[in-house]
Design a binder for this molecule. Structure first.
Ligand SMILES: Cc1cc2nc3c(=O)[nH]c(=O)nc-3n(C[C@H](O)[C@H](O)[C@H](O)COP(=O)(O)OP(=O)(O)OC[C@H]3O[C@@H](n4cnc5c(N)ncnc54)[C@H](O)[C@@H]3O)c2cc1C
Ligand SMILES: *[C@@H]1O[C@H](CO)[C@@H](O)[C@H](O)[C@H]1NC(C)=O
Ligand SMILES: *[C@@H]1O[C@H](CO)[C@@H](O)[C@H](O)[C@H]1NC(C)=O
Ligand SMILES: *[C@@H]1O[C@H](CO)[C@@H](O)[C@H](O)[C@H]1NC(C)=O
Ligand SMILES: *[C@@H]1O[C@H](CO)[C@@H](O)[C@H](O)[C@H]1NC(C)=O
Ligand SMILES: *[C@@H]1O[C@H](CO)[C@@H](O)[C@H](O)[C@H]1NC(C)=O
Ligand SMILES: *[C@@H]1O[C@H](CO)[C@@H](O)[C@H](O)[C@H]1NC(C)=O
Length: 511
């Protein structure tokens, strides 16, 4: 015991001498790693030369790890260990970040260069209540872990759509789900949060306990309030966890008719059928012959099961049948299978930016395409043959979703039915050459600005910035409206009066 304790400290000191390809480690991080190592059971703290550290310093976007090295990763195994970690970080004034599933695109989003990164990977409890109405989800789970368990039980949650994404960041920023048409976003479905405050205290937040904190955590992010250790989410019956899914790849030249169909689905289709869900993505890929439109359609009602080819199309999607396609697939699968099929692999540099505009006029949605197309031409030229895949994604926020957001008391996002229907627009790209980083960021930011300007000139702007798709310099919480922004700040001040999290928690968005 003693021996292993000593050798751990020795190893820590040794690793400090060799670590840090990039940023000199601050003395407080070094001290904090050692203090946490002593406070927690053996093996929770990992230093730069260990295999576990290498495994932890592995994120979806290469930009979170390229030239970024925390002094140590700390992986607590339960809520008390998270609390002990928080106390040390606060008392030693140590800069830190928290890794849920690590799917933030930008550098430092959930990794702390030279500081301490708290990795929630061991918080993997998953429990379904005996009445099947609530699932308690440990903060370190990925959505695949949730759906694999729930498919077996014939239950679903309004959670993430993609297998490897972390439950934590997705729920804390909002969370768009296959089932949002019925239940709103993921945050609208949390019945209780368990979290560790800046003080190290463990509290719960629900409609009946610490209601202000409960409201703030529904879209207000984690980094201003505490480290959430468990989400209790509403669960719903869905036989086999199965849903209907169709994926269409449409030639780029038909983008106007595809976007018009998606606009009509948003404004007329989805509100009349809240089991429907869909997104549409424009991209440019050599394997698709250049520009193409990917249209994914989902439905929570299973059409005629006697139809083994699954050719029956839910009525709401029938207008999509007349679009020209390069390929078309239809299936009935469980959520796990679908979420694996749409997973996005690791190994690229990534940027994501977004804005929200009114969805009422198809021509605005079509007229933003050339703004993106100019940007894509510029990126491809600059990449000079190195890999670059650009995306322009349309994600509907129809009236039925806005309405569903109000059912459980409302969230902090500031999205009103009277402003809808809305369209979330995401400009994203993945590439390989780090020399392109700055161009990718500035040019993507530029397209968002141009989209906002065009929308404004037509009286159709809105401006909501979805945190989980945002670029690192976007004004996320300002976009929730002045009242919600002010209220979020007040709640943060109440639960962290000394502003410890504000000062020490790096990355992501600040109130
Ligand atoms: C391939 C892919 C698919 C996606 N699909 C969807 C989708 O279907 N719907 C959708 O809405 N979004 C989607 N997103 C966006 C996704 O919601 C965000 O990337 C989200 O931040 C991911 O959560 P994470 O835990 O993996 O991220 P992380 O990068 O680990 O965390 C994000 C932020 O939350 C903080 N944080 C993490 N855990 C906690 C915690 N327990 N307590 C407090 N703070 C915490 C981190 O410090 C960081 O600031 C997708 C993203 C990717 C890359
Ligand atoms: C909750 O789930 C964990 C594993 O996910 C299990 O070890 C534990 O016994 C469960 N607790 C209850 C109360 O069912
Ligand atoms: C979560 O799912 C992944 C992929 O299936 C698996 O490798 C991992 O072990 C799962 N985690 C837990 C805690 O079950
Ligand atoms: C989900 O679907 C896959 C593929 O069809 C299947 O292998 C798996 O067993 C299914 N899961 C459950 C719980 O039925
Ligand atoms: C969109 O459609 C128009 C008209 O066919 C075409 O000129 C333009 O290149 C298309 N854009 C993309 C990105 O495919
Ligand atoms: C628009 O959507 C409605 C409702 O789903 C549908 O009846 C109608 O055919 C659609 N119109 C077009 C032009 O696709
Ligand atoms: C583009 O790449 C080619 C080789 O693939 C190289 O010869 C050329 O110098 C590059 N041009 C620029 C501007 O980097």
């Amino acid at each position: 015991m003693l021996f292993s304790g000593f050798s751990k400290i020795l190893l820590g000191a040794l690793s400090l001498a060799t670590a840090g390809c990039c940023t000199p480690l601050s003395p407080s991080s070094d001290a904090a790693c050692k203090a946490i190592d002593l406070a927690l059971p053996l093996g929770r703290v990992n230093y730069p030369d260990s295999p576990t550290y290498a495994q932890e310093n592995h994120y979806w976007s290469n930009r979170q790890t390229d030239n970024i090295a925390p002094a140590c990763f700390v992986a607590p195994e339960n809520t008390l260990e998270v609390a002990a970690t928080m106390k040390v970080l606060a008392s030693l004034n140590t800069q830190f970040s928290v890794k849920g599933g690590g799917h933030t695109a930008f550098a430092g989003g959930s990794n702390s260069d030279g500081g301490v990164t708290v990795d929630l990977m061991y918080l993997t409890t998953l429990n379904v209540s005996s009445d099947r109405k609530t699932v308690s989800i440990g903060a370190g789970n990925r959505w695949i872990n949730v759906s694999e368990a729930l498919d077996t039980l014939g239950l679903v949650v309004a959670g993430g759509r993609v297998a490897d994404v972390g439950v934590s960041g997705l729920i804390l920023g909002g969370g768009i789900s296959f089932f949002s048409g019925m239940y709103g976003w993921a945050c609208d479905n949390v019945r209780n949060y368990e979290l560790v405050l800046a003080s190290g205290l463990i509290v719960n937040a629900s409609p009946t306990e610490n209601e202000d904190l409960f409201w703030a955590l529904r879209g207000g992010g984690g980094s201003s309030f505490g480290i959430v250790t468990r989400f209790d989410m509403g669960a719903y019956e869905q036989p086999g966890g199965n849903i209907w899914h169709s994926s269409l790849i449409i030639p780029g030249a038909a983008n106007a008719s595809a976007i018009a169909a998606y606009q009509n689905l948003t404004v007329n289709g989805m509100p009349s059928d809240n089991k429907a869900h869909s997104y549409m993505v424009l991209t440019h890929m050599d394997m698709l012959g250049g520009y193409a439109v990917i249209s994914d359609l989902f439905h929570a009602d299973l059409p005629n099961t006697a139809d083994s080819a699954h050719e029956t199309v839910p009525e709401v999607f029938v207008p999509f049948e007349s679009l020209p396609t390069i390929t078309k697939s239809k299936s009935i699968d469980n959520v796990s299978t679908i979420s694996r099929a749409i997973d996005v692999p690791y190994g690229s540099r990534q940027t994501w930016w977004d804005t929200t505009i009114k969805a009422t006029d198809p021509s605005l949605l079509i007229d933003i395409v050339p703004l993106w197309q100019d940007h894509v031409e510029k990126l491809i030229a600059a990449a000079n043959g190195t890999a670059v895949t650009p995306y322009l994604a349309y994600q509907a926020i129809p009236l039925n979703v806005l309405k569903a957001m109000e059912v459980n008391g409302g969230n902090a996002l500031g999205l009103k039915q009277s402003d809808g229907p809305l369209m979330l627009i995401q400009v994203a790209a993945q590439w390989s050459d780090s020399a392109l980083d700055e161009l990718m960021e500035r040019s993507s930011e530029g397209v968002i600005g141009k989209i906002n300007d065009l929308a404004k000139s037509r009286g159709l702007s809105h401006g909501f910035v979805y945190a989980n798709y945002a670029g690192n310099s976007q004004s996320v919480f300002e976009s929730y409206g002045a009242d919600n922004h002010a209220k979020l700040k007040q709640v943060a001040m109440k639960w962290d009066p000394e502003g410890i999290l504000r000062k020490l928690w790096r990355g992501y968005f600040k109130l």
